[in-house]
Design a protein around this ligand. Sequence first.
Ligand SMILES: Cc1cc2nc3c(=O)[nH]c(=O)nc-3n(C[C@H](O)[C@H](O)[C@H](O)COP(=O)(O)OP(=O)(O)OC[C@H]3O[C@@H](n4cnc5c(N)ncnc54)[C@H](O)[C@@H]3O)c2cc1C
Length: 351
Amino acid sequence: MTSTPPSHAVIGAGIAGLACARALADAGHDVTVFDKGRGPGGRMSSRRLEDGAIELGAQSFRAAHPAFREQVAAWVQAGVAAPWPDALWRLEAGRAARRADGHPRYTGTPRMSAVTRQLARGLPLHTGTRIVSLARAGNDWRLIDERGTTHGPFATVSLALPAPQAEGLIAPHAPELASECRQVPQRACWAAWARLEAPLTLPGAEANWPLLQFDAGPLKRVVRHRTKPGRGGAPELITLLADLDWSERRLEDAPDAVAVDLLGALNDALETLRPAASLPAVQARGAHRWRYAEPGAVAPGHDHRLTDAGLALCGDGWRGGRIEDAWLSGHHLGEALCHRHPLPDHGDFPT
Ligand SMILES: Cc1cc2nc3c(=O)[nH]c(=O)nc-3n(C[C@H](O)[C@H](O)[C@H](O)COP(=O)(O)OP(=O)(O)OC[C@H]3O[C@@H](n4cnc5c(N)ncnc54)[C@H](O)[C@@H]3O)c2cc1C
């Protein structure tokens, strides 16, 4: 006699949720992923414009941990990631200065979302499905989405979400975890973008300078997407990431007003250079508000949580504010779930 193996649900198809689901699926487990977005990726998603792709969230990632280095090497081998940028530029004392900090960085090719699509390959993934509550019946979990549809049963439910979004779902079932979520606030960030009529030149920098960092607000970073690998021939599309304090002061502003002010701040910074530069004409612009951009604090202890009842938490807030941290958190949770629910060698489950 056989019965079906336990099923696992993962809510959130960002890098953490996909790393968790991948670890489960690769070990032979039955796992289903849910995300409210139109596709996987979360803060690593890319936006397609009519003449190119841009990232408004994460732009690149580092790989220090051996397990993540191995994963990144596999992505590079598969052609979905490549080294970028080779250096960072800063504005210092009226001039552009090249800075190499010794940390190799990578980005997705031809878009950042290629990485998360690769991770999601072959996984049952319900996009456009916002989970609004969890229900417990016996030893099983069910998920209820915003249309009132029930999904399940599942033996475990992993919430791979920014902690403030996980808190409401988990509070009725694990108040102690909800209280931990409150210790992991997420800070907001505005990301503006623009298509420029001509290349953005930086006096003193090479023609294809990739990324410019700022020491003080309102700008934190300006990124030129055409310098990323695999985007040859793309127009001059830039992303302007705002300083977090500035973003939070402007949280409820209209996106276009934010885009205008960040582009103005870039132009002002270029005019301080010697020789002075200025922003080419802006052909199109916009801005996106990340309400939960990066953890303002990281939970102490393990990089994920897993209760006896099979409720779990992972994501960047449980380890650090980077892609590498989010992947490790999800991957370690996936390994813990495999350990908790071992599969018999032959795949049969005695009833
Ligand atoms: C502007 C910006 C720039 C950044 N730059 C970098 C960088 O250069 N390098 C770097 O390493 N990191 C960077 N980061 C951080 C990095 O993007 C994150 O650490 C990482 O992507 C977090 O992954 P995650 O899976 O934990 O969360 P997320 O990517 O946020 O995934 C959570 C997912 O859950 C889904 N979701 C939420 N609620 C529900 C619900 N109720 N039901 C269903 N689905 C739900 C969301 O749609 C989302 O897809 C940046 C982040 C931002 C915002």
